[in-house]
Design a protein around this ligand. Structure first.
Ligand code: SF4
Length: 434
C-alpha cells in the first residue's frame, strides 16, 4: 500500500479536511497519486449542501466500482457530509465502499491503513498541518455549528460547535509559516462565534490578535461569518490588525424579513443593512461578499425582489447565489412545501447573477489605474496569479520567480471576475491600508 488519491467537492472546510487527511496518510508513508486508477487508497470527500453536489458524488462513486472490481484490495472510502450518524443506507447503495467516515472522522480509514501496514497510526501521525502546503492554507478553528437554519444540513452532519483551543491553532499556524505559508484562512461554519464554547472566553478578535504576531505570516483571512456574531470587537480587529485582510464574507441569505424568519435567520433585513454600514464605516476599503438563496419555500415574487433590491443597494464584491433545493431531514424539507417551480428558481438565480455581474463590472472597472498589493499564489498559462487584500483575483506577467511574494501591481484591465495588471515596483499602493 503506497499511494492515495483524494477527491474533494464542496466548501473550504471540506478542502481543509482533505488536506489534513492527506497529511496523516503521508505520515504513514503513502504518496499522493494524481488519478484514482493509480492509487491503493481512494477517498471521496463529499458534500450534500445542494442536490447537484450530492449527485456528483454518487456518480463518482459509481465510476469507481469497476476500479474496485479490478483490484479488490484497493481501499475505497467515503468521507464528509454525505455520511450521517447511520450509514446503513449508504452501505446498501454502495456495498463496494470499504469505509464511511463523517466529516473530520479520519480514524476509521487510518485504522484500516495502519492495520494493513502493521503500524499503530496514532503513534505515527503528529500534526495534521499539511506537510507541503501552498502559499495559502486553510486552518479549521471551529468544528460544527450551533445554529439550526431551516434549510441547512450541516449541523446534522458536523454536529454542535466545538472551537479548537487558541494555543493549538497558533502553534499550527506557526508550523505552517515555518513551512512557507504566507496566508492562512481560519475556518468555521460561524467563524465569528469562535470561542463562545471555550471556558476561557477568548473570541475571534483575540485569536486574530495572536495570529497577527506569527513571524513569516503575511496575511490572515476568516470564513464564514454569521451576521449575529459579527461583534464590534471583531470589526475593530479587522480594522486595526495589519495582517488581517479587509474582506468579510457575511451571508444574508434573503432580503425579506418573512423569508428570513422561515429560514430561521435571527436578524432582519434592516439589522443586516445596519451591520454592513458599521463594517464599512470602521474598515476603509473593506470588501464584502454574501450568500443568497432564491426560490426558498413560499418566496413570492415581491419577496424575491427584496433580495434583488438588497444586492443593488449594498453592492457586494461577490454574491454566491443558489437556487433552493430541499435537503432531507432539515426543518424546511419536512415542514415547508417546496412550492417555487424549478424553472422559476433558475430564472430568479440568473436574474440576480446578471445584476451582480453589472455591479461587479462597475466596481472592478473603478480599480483601473490603482496599485494593489498582491500575494502571488500560482502560475498559470505564462502568467502569475494572486489576490489583493480584498480578495480580488489579479493576473500579471513577469519572468522572475514571484511565487509567495507580495508585489505591487498596477491594474490595467478589469472584468467582473478578475483583474489584469503590470508590476509597479516601488509605486505606493492605493489601498488605505498600505
Ligand atoms: S449558520 Fe446556518 S447555514 Fe451556516 S452552517 Fe450553521 S445552520 Fe448551516
Amino acid at each position: 500500500m503506497e499511494t492515495f488519491y483524494l477527491w474533494t467537492i464542496g466548501c473550504q472546510m471540506n478542502k481543509a479536511d482533505s488536506e489534513r487527511l492527506g497529511a496523516a496518510l503521508e505520515q504513514l508513508g503513502l504518496c499522493q497519486a494524481d488519478r484514482a486508477a493509480d492509487a491503493d487508497v481512494v477517498v471521496l470527500n463529499s458534500c450534500v449542501v445542494r442536490q447537484n453536489a450530492e449527485d456528483k458524488v454518487a456518480a463518482r462513486l459509481q465510476n469507481l466500482q469497476p476500479l474496485k472490481k479490478q483490484h479488490p484490495g484497493r481501499v475505497l472510502a467515503l468521507m464528509g457530509c454525505m455520511v450521517g450518524p447511520k450509514s446503513d443506507d449508504l452501505r446498501q447503495r454502495f456495498p463496494y465502499v470499504d469505509v464511511f467516515m463523517r466529516p473530520q472522522e479520519y480514524g476509521p480509514l487510518l485504522d484500516l491503513v495502519g492495520r494493513r501496514l502493521g503500524l499503530d497510526w496514532e503513534g505515527c501521525v503528529g500534526s495534521l498541518a499539511p506537510t507541503r502546503p501552498n502559499v495559502t492554507c486553510y486552518v479549521p478553528i471551529i468544528h460544527g455549528c450551533d445554529l439550526m437554519c431551516s434549510f441547512c444540513i450541516i449541523p446534522f452532519r458536523r454536529g454542535r460547535q466545538v472551537s479548537r483551543p487558541a494555543a493549538e491553532v497558533v502553534a499550527e499556524v506557526e508550523l505552517l509559516a515555518s513551512r512557507g505559508v504566507k496566508e492562512v484562512t481560519v475556518l468555521g461554519q460561524t467563524v465569528d462565534a469562535y470561542g463562545h464554547d471555550l471556558s476561557d472566553k477568548l473570541d475571534l478578535a483575540d485569536l486574530l490578535g495572536e495570529l497577527n504576531r506569527v513571524n513569516g505570516l503575511e496575511r490572515i483571512r476568516f470564513l464564514t461569518s454569521h451576521p449575529s456574531f459579527m461583534s464590534e470587537r471583531i470589526i475593530e480587529a479587522v480594522a486595526g490588525l495589519p495582517k488581517v485582510c479587509e474582506h468579510i464574507n457575511l451571508p444574508v441569505q434573503a432580503g425579506d424579513d418573512e423569508v428570513l424568519g422561515r429560514m430561521r435567520r435571527p436578524y432582519t433585513q434592516a439589522e443586516y443593512v445596519g451591520l454592513v454600514q458599521r463594517v464599512r464605516d470602521a474598515i476603509p476599503g473593506v470588501s464584502l461578499s454574501t450568500d443568497i438563496i432564491v426560490g426558498f419555500p413560499g418566496e413570492t415574487e415581491a419577496q424575491y425582489q427584496r433580495s434583488l433590491e438588497l444586492v443593488a443597494e449594498l453592492r457586494f464584491d461577490k454574491v454566491h447565489c443558489a437556487a433552493y433545493s430541499p435537503r432531507p431531514g432539515t426543518y424546511a424539507e419536512r415542514r415547508l412545501p417546496d412550492d417555487v417551480p424549478h424553472d422559476e428558481k433558475v430564472r430568479r438565480r440568473e436574474r440576480l447573477e446578471q445584476l451582480q455581474e453589472v455591479i461587479l463590472r462597475e466596481i472592478n472597472s473603478a480599480m483601473i489605474g490603482r496599485v494593489e498589493e498582491v500575494l502571488v499564489e500560482s502560475r498559470r498559462d505564462g502568467q502569475w496569479q494572486g489576490r489583493t487584500r480584498t480578495d480580488k483575483i489579479v493576473f500579471f506577467k513577469d519572468e522572475a520567480d514571484r511565487l509567495g511574494k507580495l508585489v505591487e501591481v498596477e491594474i490595467a484591465r478589469a472584468s467582473p471576475w478578475s483583474l489584469q495588471g503590470t508590476l509597479a515596483a516601488g509605486k505606493a499602493c492605493s489601498s488605505p491600508r498600505n
